[in-house]
Design a binder for this molecule. Sequence first.
Ligand code: PEP
Length: 252
Amino acid sequence: MLKISLAFLSMIRTVANWKLNGSRTFCKQWFKDFTSHFSGDLSSIAVAPPAIYIPLCTELSAHQINICAQNLDSLDGEARTGEISLEMLQDLNCNLSIIGHSERRHLFGETSNMIRDKLLKAAKPDFNAIYCIGENLADYEAKLSFEAITEQLNSELLSLSKNINLFVAYEPIWAIGSGKLPSKNEIELMHLHIKDLLLQHKHINLLGIFYGGSVTEHNCIELSQSDAIDGFLVGGASLSGKSFAKIASSFT
Ligand code: PEP
């Protein structure tokens, strides 16, 4: 049973991160638009709505599309107003969460220690993380992207000793929502670097490396043809079910 669910998740290629957008009407219209424009494998899709809409989206997707949380807390049952635990997500049959998105780091003060604790929490056989990392513009311009990513991985992930199933989303901070992207070659080199580092660690079950940052229906075709890019994490362009369907179709 467990093997089946992990095989299912390892096929994810395109993830929609709706951030702080949505309503019941939006969710219903989105699934209608998406499913009428996408003819590929629904199990290759994940949708991360605001947590309050997870049950509705699970129902609207008829359990065929992976529903993902945007965040989780590293604890359960404590005095932590406003947080959502992994146990609560699993209670809703949600076994997938984004961890370490740059907006959580920069707008909500999540530190590397906090993200490490969240990864530790997510390190369960029946749970899967989409772990986001990315360098800032200053490091990119100073050609220090590889150093920045290596440091992030070392301090947040590589020192964990528990087995963890994860996708890594390489999301340069300066590319998120900016309309600017690294070149395809730069993305490929970074993905290979991440893969090389992670494959040396037996406790990491790497399910794929996604690129995220200003992916649109126009630039997705070239990127999706790269063997080094296993999928996309999409923010702004995922808010239209039709546009997101076009992006997801680039992998079919
Ligand atoms: C994101 O928020 O993860 C993201 C990639 O956003 P956008 O696609 O809007 O750049």
